[in-house]
Design a protein around this ligand. Structure first.
Ligand SMILES: *[C@@H]1O[C@H](CO)[C@@H](O)[C@H](O)[C@H]1NC(C)=O
Length: 382
């Protein structure tokens, strides 16, 4: 008798699970999400094509309906992830996305979404990953986005976002990875989220100084990609002392100077630095040689003068060195051309003497005497 009762109960529970009961707010949000995408951009074999609301979105098993693109909570009541396939869906992101309050991942990468990122996205309190890369989103980054305390990864790269970076960007206290590269962002760097590991803002029109206050307390920052912008001024000595720094790309900006001190206690994880295509004047900074892991250094196409620091040629970790396109003088250290040297790169297009023409390091050839003399006010000895 009892056994039969339990059997019935179990049967009903299982059946309820199979039918599932996705919360009505989530179902209506999914419907709104799908209906703001142009039907003609939904291939018949795609994830979105399988979103047929005759069935419950979270019901398992999913053999015919909601086959992919959406995940639910274990009790099948709430939508927790939307990860679309990159098939060229075109449409807007509906503001009603805000109803999916248990969403932890929204990934619409490599499609043709356009229009603004709705500011109602700030209702997604549990959102950890927001990836809208390689679409056609435009407008400014909504300020409200900075209230998403759970957000760990934000990737809006390769869109047409414009305007300034949100002033309160540093309120994103869980953010580890920020990629806003290849947009049309302007203005200065605000104070950055202090838990960042990776900062990528390549290919925008950001300007002003790379200021210490923006990077204050970023003790975990490992990767900084700010190339192809309009940053100017002198990069202060504090920058390369950020304690976790590994890779830095500041190429193609308008920096005019760089200050570098030796790493604190001789410890640094810095591996790669690219400062090429700026307007950096002065001598080649010899202190780079004091960074124990440094393996790739580019200072190409700047306005550097003087001799190549001897420390560079004695640095065993250095594998790639680009100093071409400056006004360097003197004779390059012989170590660079020793038979077993592993350094590749270029010392070409400078004012060096005795750079062995048979070494790849010496290509392209040096600047003409006339240009070099002019650069040194006629005082260049040759
Ligand atoms: C940097 O600038 C140089 C010179 O203008 C250009 O040839 C190069 O393509 C630029 N690099 C990038 C990544 O835009």
């Amino acid at each position: 008798m009892f056994n039969f009762f339990y059997f019935l109960l179990l049967f009903h529970l299982l059946q309820a699970q199979a039918q599932a009961l996705t919360s009505p707010a989530d179902v209506s949000a999914l419907k709104a999400f799908k209906s703001s995408i142009k039907p003609s951009s939904i291939p018949s074999w795609s994830c979105l094509a399988s979103w047929d609301f005759a069935a419950d979105p979270c019901a398992v098993p999913r053999r015919t309906h909601f086959i992919c693109g959406v995940s639910c909570s274990p009790d099948a009541t709430r939508v927790t992830q939307i990860t679309l396939d990159p098939v060229g869906y075109s449409g807007q992101l509906t503001p009603l996305i805000s109803r999916l309050t248990q969403l932890t991942t929204l990934d619409l990468s490599d499609n043709y979404f356009f229009g603004p990122i709705p500011s109602s996205i700030s209702s997604l309190r549990n959102l950890q990953t927001l990836t809208l890369k390689s679409n056609s989103f435009s407008g400014s980054i909504p300020d409200s986005l900075t209230t998403l305390k759970s957000l760990e990864s934000l990737d809006l790269s390769h869109n047409s976002m414009s305007g300034n970076l949100p002033k309160n960007l540093n309120s994103l206290s869980s953010l580890r990875r920020l990629d806003l590269s290849y947009n049309k962002l302007t203005g200065f760097l605000p104070k950055l989220p202090f838990n960042l590991l990776e900062l990528a803002l390549r290919g925008n029109s950001l300007s002003g100084y790379i200021s210490k206050s923006a990077f204050d307390g970023l003790n975990q920052l490992e990767v900084v990609e700010l190339s192809v912008n309009s940053f100017s001024g002198t990069l202060g000595a504090w920058f390369f002392l950020l304690p976790s720094l590994q890779q830095v790309d500041l190429a193609n900006n308008s920096l005019t100077g760089v200050e570098i001190s030796k790493p604190a206690g001789g410890n640094s994880d810095l591996v790669a630095v690219n400062l090429g295509f700026n307007k950096i004047a002065g001598n080649v900074p010899s202190n780079f040689a004091g960074y124990p892991m440094l393996s790739s250094l580019s200072l190409r196409y700047n306005r550097l003068r003087g001799a190549i620091p001897l420390g560079y040629s004695k640095k065993k970790t250095l594998r790639r060195l680009f100093l071409d396109g400056n006004f360097l003088i003197g004779i390059p250290p012989a170590e660079f051309f020793a038979g077993d040297t592993a350094v590749t790169g270029s010392l070409g297009d400078n004012c060096l003497r005795g750079c062995p023409g048979n070494s790849e390091l010496c290509s392209p050839r040096q600047k003409s005497n006339a240009i070099c003399k002019q650069a040194y006010g006629g005082k260049l000895r040759s």
